[in-house]
Design a protein around this ligand. Sequence first.
Ligand code: F6P
Length: 567
Amino acid sequence: MCDGKELETASLQISQTPEWKALEDHVTEIEKTHLRDLLRDGHRSDTLFHEFNKIIADFSRQRVTSKTLELLTNLAERAKLREKINAMFAGEHINTTEDRAVLHVALRSPRTKKIVADGVDVVPDVWQVLDKIKDFSDKVRSGEWLGATGKPLTDVVAIGIGGSFLGPLFVHTALRTDQTASEQGRGRNLRFLANVDPVDVARALNGLKQETTLVVVVSKTFTTAETMLNARTVRTWLTTELGPAAVAKHMVAVSTNLKLVKEFGIDPNNAFAFWDWVGGRYSVCSAVGMLPLSLQYGFDITEKFLEGAHDVDDHFRTAPFEDNIPVLLGLMGVWNTTFLGYPSLAILPYTQALSKLAPHIQQVSMESNGKGVALDGSKLSFEAGEIDFGEPGTNGQHSFYQLIHQGRVVPCEFIGIVKSQQSVYLKGEVVSNHDELMCNFFAQADALATGKTPIELRAENVPDSLIPHKTFTGNRPSISILLPELNAFTVGQILALYENRIAVQQGFIWGINSFDQWGVELGKVLASKVRAEMHTCRTKDRNVSPTDGFNHSTTKLLNRYLEGKAR
Ligand code: F6P
């Protein structure tokens, strides 16, 4: 294993290495190829078709040859990727700017494994919290834990934002239509409250009764302005109806900051801890996700989710790069973004149940890798980060696919499922709803890759004037991922595929710190300044203008806002 210094040096110099230069030179070779021709080579397609524990990842529609893969592997070795992966799993402080280990993989480790951070095996701590979650969620679900008026708590509102919201929402959305999970969740409701917008508060509480509602306040820091204000608002909603003592039965917390949990008025016995070595956006496998999801579906279901994530972690840690799906996904990301110059990635699941995957991955990817400097603070000589967006197929096809077929080149990731969660709708039709959905999954990837030439259009008697409009240049890269079914285990696998690919691979190759997020701070600081000004204007004469310290434009807008409210 190499020490932190060595890892840093390797990363810092990555864009000056011969391996980087070789890839830059190789681009001209690839520019001469077209996916239409590359796909005629069956042997090439076979070598780009990868399988791990029933996950299929087909990379044949990437603009790569065996030479590209060889050069990318050389770059990975030069970047000391293997050593960096090992350093992460060994609990080294690879988050250098915050001097922390990065061990979200420990959250899904079996009890029997040992993962050490700062000299301590963290796995027993992880399982102590998981056992507490099981115990508490069993009690709430069985009606042993009752609300202040003696009623069972059937509705849960999870208050949190960013990483304390998007991952749990993604998993909840994926599980609610799974047959087993939905049966276990029958009669129960899980809602999320993220935005500080009063509209979101109203939406989250609409129709709920205080006496049957359990509130889970989820915040790593327990200082996030939006979450804390929402928590106070919902506490008032509860106590106005049930009295102040109801907090003990109706409010619990998930945080690393148990001191602030206590100060807020939640009994630390009703708090579920996690640790600094879990980044917010990597926290869905901690109590952040496990508590609300276990309350909804039962601990046995969420445990399967952890097992799925661990399954892919193990593959990622041990498989050789040439067979390692998260590594290959990451290498393709580097190739497309950095060398071919395609800055975005469309995440396109052909299943409605994964409709919240793209919003979650947006945070994991863009908050991790949207950086402008290398580990030592020097300015990057290339643009890191990737612009992620997505929508389930086929809905996206009727929205932004026009652009990805004939406008800008946007690498796509198609995710398909062999067996639908809803077998009940498979009967009666020759081509079922699910088959129809999947026809599009297959067709779109080929349409992007092969396109349609003017010659083909002429053969179809398309008038000359329309030929430019109907031509599809093709040669647009995509990856197709096929899973046997969508259940708690495979949702865990998907999560770990993306987390490992994004958090580790691209950051490790690019030589940036994928685990800090200083870029979100400036806006927060400026919001506090506006908040203070608003407070002053409220407490003083309403006509006082907030002129201190703002530019002309902000002062003018802010005045309009305050005047509008006063009317
Ligand atoms: O605004 C960024 C952020 O710090 C995210 O990284 C984090 O997931 C989110 O805010 C919420 O933070 P917390 O869990 O501490 O409330």
